[in-house]
Write a new protein. Sequence first.
Length: 209
Amino acid sequence: MLAGLMPPSRGHILLDGADIQDDLVAYKAQVGYVPEEAHVYTYLTAPEYLRLCGRLRGIEPAALEEKIDRFLRLFSLDTDRHATLVGFSKGMRQKVLLAAALLHNPRIVILDEPVSGLDVSTALVLRAVVRALAGDGRIIFYSSHELDTVEHISTRVIILRAGKVVADDSASKLRELMHSPSLEDVFSQLAVSDDLERVAGDLIEAVRL
């Protein structure tokens, strides 16, 4: 719903006080979105895919080509620029999707499990990029089960349980309120209904059968 892919089942999403559904095209023009699953047109090369995305975003051709070259180089994909995406690993496709989401200098960036498949160094670079974008005044929605990353980059954390908000504050404040050493422990207390040790014990018993 935040990406504008489907209407809200109820309520409204407001940006600058206006309902995004009133002018969805204008809203989407401000959004960069990285989905959890790295679905791409596998018969295209990385430059062709990024060129398609950039043209759909209305980026001027010369500026687009410069951006594509920079993203490919910075994501270490330059040597694979002539290979089709069908031969790319999940992490390589994830890098292409990240580049596509940032090509048009979006005001709003929605990242759904963005480090999935990334190598450690690129994941750390992404953390720094997210912090820099937020510091630049962008709106960043970072959805992830990688709670260590969430704890390091987020200024505000929302925890959901069965589709309902059970916590909404900074990571440090949530740790303080729950007397917990980490955001993972806070999440376990608020959003996990099972006895984790019991479930783990049951699994070990199943392994040993």
